[in-house]
Design a protein around this ligand. Structure first.
Ligand SMILES: C[S@@+](CC[C@H](N)C(=O)[O-])C[C@H]1O[C@@H](n2cnc3c(N)ncnc32)[C@H](O)[C@@H]1O
Length: 270
């Protein structure tokens, strides 16, 4: 498995569902689906579904005539997706697979969704061609990929603190979700994979976080660097929280802090 395929282990998937889904991936999924509203009867695919927030929301909008398949590499993430699957709504199914070889037939889906997954695929071209293959003619793809880390003050602050306390490799791996942040490169990748009417939009998520002493440990625990930061001990954890608190002073509000986190939304047609 590629080192940067953003794999959570142990209690990571549980922390992800607890800290990241309510504060960022849930609101982001609602935003993504506003760009491509699911229509009754559609069959949809959620690639790199993680704990399944996009697939679950889509299923609740689609209604019983529709169906959604979620695919992810990580068995721990899929276990939570299964556990959290709502009853009612569209038929929901989960499969463990690599996005570069989707376990799906040609032209099987009306829509392919992928929220914050493309940046982790070792062969992005192969994965986009797979998405193209499994879409029916005129089917739609909708992807979400973060802009560069320099546009996300909270992640800049944490990455800087990590660089100081856990080293440059931990900081780099923490920043991996932001490593495919160039809108022109995204546009080119979809055109090269055979998509038409490619459109790259920018949306800014206002991310509301609890005070840093609560949110920063939770956020770190739900990323692949969580276990190694925990192993550095309480004093390092405290120093990281202090430094992030100081760096984000201008974003403080009553409940904690609110930071912008911009994303690209890429829409295209098969
Ligand atoms: C940041 S999470 C996003 C999860 C989900 N889409 C969401 O919005 O909550 C990235 C996900 O990509 C998955 N992933 C990374 N590389 C993959 C691959 N080659 N094939 C399938 N899933 C992959 C990881 O296991 C992880 O669940």
């Amino acid at each position: 498995m590629a080192e940067d395929s953003w794999q959570l282990t142990g209690s990571g998937p549980e922390s992800y569902e607890r800290y990241q889904v309510p504060s960022v991936f849930g609101p982001l999924a609602r935003l993504l689906l506003r760009h491509v509203p699911p229509r009754s009867g559609q069959r949809m695919l959620d690639v790199a579904c993680g704990t399944g927030i996009v697939a679950r929301l889509a299923a609740s909008i689609l209604g019983p005539e529709g169906s959604v398949l979620g695919v992810d590499l990580n068995a721990g993430m899929l276990e939570i997706a299964r556990r959290e699957s709502p009853s009612g709504g569209a038929f929901l199914e989960w499969r463990q697979a690599d996005a570069t070889a989707l376990p799906c037939q040609d032209a099987e889906f009306d829509m392919v969704l992928c929220q914050q997954g493309l940046q982790f695929f070792s062969d992005k071209g192969a994965t986009l061609r797979e998405m193209h293959r499994v879409l029916r003619p005129s089917g739609r793809v909708a992807l979400c990929v973060w802009r560069g880390i320099e546009h996300s003050p909270c992640h800049v602050a944490i990455a800087e603190a990590l660089r100081r306390h856990a080293g440059p490799d931990a900081a780099r791996r923490f920043g991996a979700p932001f490593a495919f942040g160039d809108g022109d490169a995204l546009h080119c990748a979809l055109v090269e994979a055979g998509f038409q009417d490619v459109e790259v939009r920018v949306e800014v998520l206002e991310r509301h976080l609890l005070p840093p002493e609560e949110s920063v440990p939770g956020l770190l625990a739900s990323t692949p660097v969580g276990p190694e930061v925990a192993a550095l001990g309480e004093a390092v954890r405290h120093a990281i929280v202090e430094e992030v608190t100081e760096a984000l002073a201008s974003y403080r509000d009553e409940g904690g802090f609110t930071v912008p986190q911009p994303t690209h939304i890429v829409l295209a047609t098969r």
